[in-house]
Design a protein around this ligand. Structure first.
Ligand code: XIL
Length: 463
């Protein structure tokens, strides 16, 4: 299979995006031809929020407090996403711009809007370790500098973490906090920053990462605590070293009792991204550690970070399609790995994004859905054409990168998992989307693992 999928599961034709996208008032959806493009149809057919419910614990988007109140933006956010992450507003510079003075209004606003919309909320980010991400202004304020002694810095960090995480402890909507953001350099070592003053953890003293996670756990024992970074998603290719560093950081600390529950893979990538099987393998190895993998900030730009579409020959139909395929392939990897529970895009529309010239998101500048919306919807519903097309162009085959059993892709394999699980109570919901059902079952039973699925049709027949 390649390119745009042509049929829905029931055999009806998938409309081409350009001729069938519609706006119904402030809500923008895709509908099938013939169903009148009514609001009801839109919601029923295309709300990714409904499509994602049950498939993932969170299908989220980054959101900003200053766009809340814009009804078209809010509709898009609430129709399509089950969770939000504040793009800014909860970062150190936002909540403690001056020493000891905490201001939570921006962070609160995003959480309150999420609660009102029945959505979940990811706290982002308690602290930031590197100052070189181009986001230094949000990383930490100028007062937090080298003139603080090690003891003062340690106290300041603990107080900050406890105050921020503690403020939202017990709020049902809060499913996770990114506790430490971007601590690793590209070689996979902990990068140099002002936090080095707290030491390297040798001799039993806590380094800043240990300190931050312990303080967060103390402040909110129920919240999932994540380490979040970029270029750590794939354990193969150019991000192998940093991804290994991340794995080691988490494994070693967990062995010492540091409460790291999840790894956030930012995934600020582009349409050429070709390491998704390495991402999936990494999700699996993190799962084997007992750690959740969260896709926390995915955006798929037309060009690498720092370049614009114009630099790479403009925004073309082929790029939009490649973008849809990358989104679908990463989502499929996540859906296939029990460790991956959460998938968040870094924004909603190309009109509002830190990569404004690169058209990285699911909805265009006019808030119309792009092909990626269709690809995500299809992937949630287990039509894997987009995913197959991605692997056909980018990687040789959809194989377990650990050399284990290959899942051949397509509906056929997810159906098979459901059939294998047929002995399990509740395994009778084969109808809506086989992948959804399979995922439920995978979650509920250790007995059913992808690794147990024979990779060839003949071996399956013997089951
Ligand atoms: C970015 C926001 O998108 C920008 O609007 C802001 O100016 C700087 O921060 N990694 C992260 C995010 O963890 O917090 C960053 O967000 C993008 C990179």
């Amino acid at each position: 299979a390649s390119g745009h999928p042509t049929k829905y599961h029931d055999g009806t034709m998938v409309p081409k995006y350009s001729s069938t996208s519609t706006s119904t008032g402030t809500r923008t959806m895709l509908c099938r031809p013939g169903d009148g493009h009514t609001r009801a149809c839109s919601h029923f057919q295309m709300g990714l929020r409904a499509a994602a419910a049950g498939a993932l614990d969170q299908f989220g988007a980054a959101s900003n407090y200053w766009h809340l109140g814009d009804s078209s933006y809010e509709s898009l956010l609430s129709d399509h996403f089950t969770a939000v992450t504040p793009e800014i507003g909860c970062k150190w510079s936002d909540v403690q711009a001056a020493p000891g003075v905490f201001t939570f209004s921006e962070c609160d606003r995003v959480l309150e809007a999420a609660e009102a919309a029945g959505q979940q909320f990811r706290g982002h980010t308690v602290m930031w370790a590197s100052g070189d991400s181009g986001s230094a202004a949000h990383a930490w304020p100028a007062w937090l500098n080298d003139t603080l002694s090690a003891a003062e810095l340690r106290d300041t960090l603990k107080t900050h973490v406890q105050t921020v995480v503690g403020r939202y402890a017990g709020r049902q909507a809060v499913y996770a906090w990114d506790v430490v953001n971007e601590a690793l350099d590209e070689s996979g070592s902990i990068g140099d920053s002002l936090w080095a003053k707290l030491g390297t953890g040798e001799g039993g003293e806590r380094d800043f990462i240990d300190e931050a996670f312990h303080a967060a756990r103390l402040a909110s024992p129920e919240t999932t605590l994540a380490y979040n970074d970029y270029n750590i998603a794939s354990m193969t290719g150019w991000s192998a070293a940093k991804s290994q560093g991340c794995y080691d950081l988490v494994a070693e600390r967990r062995a010492r009792g540091v409460p790291i529950d999840a790894v956030g893979m930012q995934l600020h990538v582009d349409t050429e991204y070709n390491l998704v099987s390495g991402v999936q393998a990494n999700m699996r190895r993190l799962g084997a550690l007992g750690v959740e993998a969260h896709v926390t900030e995915i955006d798929v730009a037309c060009a690498p970070l720092g370049q614009s579409c114009a630099d790479v020959g403009g925004w073309t139909a082929a790029r939009e399609e490649a973008q849809a395929q990358v989104y679908a392939a990463v989502l499929a990897a996540c859906l296939d790995e029990p460790a991956c529970t959460s998938f968040t895009t870094w924004g909603v529309t190309d009109a509002i994004t830190w990569r404004r010239d690169e058209r990285p998101l699911l909805f265009d500048e006019k808030l119309e859905p792009k092909l990626a919306v269709q690809a995500i919807r299809d992937t949630l519903a287990a039509n894997r054409s987009w995913v197959d097309a991605y692997y056909a162009r980018a990687e040789p085959a959809f194989k377990g990168a650990d050399g284990g059993a290959a899942l051949e892709g397509g509906e056929d394999s997810t159906l098979l998992i459901v059939l294998l699980a047929a002995g399990i109570p509740g395994a009778t919901l084969l109808c809506v989307g086989a992948a959804l059902a399979a995922r439920h079952l995978l979650r509920r039973s250790e007995k059913v693992r992808l690794a147990k699925v024979p990779s060839t049709p003949s071996a399956r027949e013997g089951l």
